[in-house]
Design a protein around this ligand. Structure first.
Ligand SMILES: Cc1cc2nc3c(=O)[nH]c(=O)nc-3n(C[C@H](O)[C@H](O)[C@H](O)COP(=O)(O)O)c2cc1C
Length: 238
């Protein structure tokens, strides 16, 4: 497994990873990263289908789209601006006293480039801030809310439609579901979105038996179910 989208991270993933976690700007951003990862895997002599890419999302699922929208509004209303700014300053290793909230967020990010140690994550922040014209204040509030990851909001059917669209467009093989609140957001995802994904044939029924396929054997025909699997010995040569 590999997470991240820096050139170095992608190079490593292209050689070794079966599963890659990425965080990018929307369907286009994720499509671009997944396409590059697959191309790098091909150049490394692998079948690109052996490398599955999971996009980070923070879904807000409700019993109806009105319920989801009101959950979203309520979460946003609970963000305290002063704490959000302090948290942004910590993340970007910035002096809180030097932060000018009205400045363009892209300039602030450029001034603190490499602070987080994650190139892919910072690329995503910059892309969203540029596309949406965010100020530093906007960035602080959004960072507190969803770290600027895509946040599909709606009924189970709405969100399932969106995730299927991403998959069909080649933007993701699967998703890393990050919760807005724990455990509520994950419980809502399981209650509202999972049945819709199953109905669309995108998610197999859960199997809780000792012979159930492992995640790895589900992802790749190269790997057999647990118990039959050979020990995996990576050969790290560089
Ligand atoms: C979706 C996603 C999930 C991640 N989860 C973790 C985690 O659980 N623990 C951790 O230490 N790092 C986690 N990371 C950070 C990565 O391990 C890595 O440090 C970083 O993304 C490197 O990014 P880069 O290659 O883009 O520079 C995660 C990254 C992404 C994109």
């Amino acid at each position: 497994m590999q997470a991240g989208a820096s050139p170095r991270g992608m190079e490593f993933a292209a050689k070794w990873a079966e599963l890659v976690f990425i965080a990018a700007d929307g369907i286009e951003g994720n499509l671009a990263v997944r396409t590059e990862l697959r191309e790098r895997a091909r150049l490394a002599g692998r079948n690109p289908d052996e490398l599955r890419v999971c996009a980070a999302i923070q879904p807000i699922a409700g019993s109806t789209n009105i319920d989801a929208a009101s959950q979203r509004a309520s979460l946003l209303a609970h963000i305290d601006e002063a704490s959000a700014v302090r948290s942004l300053a910590r993340l970007m290793h910035a002096d809180p006293a030097s932060i000018r909230l009205q400045d363009p967020a892209v300039d602030f990010l450029a001034d603190h480039r490499d602070a987080t140690g994650s190139e892919g994550f910072e690329d995503m922040l910059a892309a969203v801030c540029r596309r949406e014209g965010l100020t530093v204040r906007d960035l602080a509030l959004r960072q507190s809310f969803d770290q600027l990851t895509p946040s599909p909001t709606g009924s189970g059917a709405d969100i399932a439609d969106e995730l299927c669209e991403w998959q069909d467009a080649g933007a993701a093989d699967g998703f890393v579901v990050t919760p807005a609140i724990l455990p509520g957001s994950l419980a809502d995802f399981v209650e509202y979105v999972v049945p819709e994904l199953r109905r669309r044939g995108r998610l197999p029924e859960a199997e809780a038996s000792p012979t159930a396929p492992t995640l790895r054997s589900r992802l790749s025909s190269k790997f057999r179910p647990l118990g039959e699997a050979q020990a995996f010995e990576p050969q790290l040569t560089d």
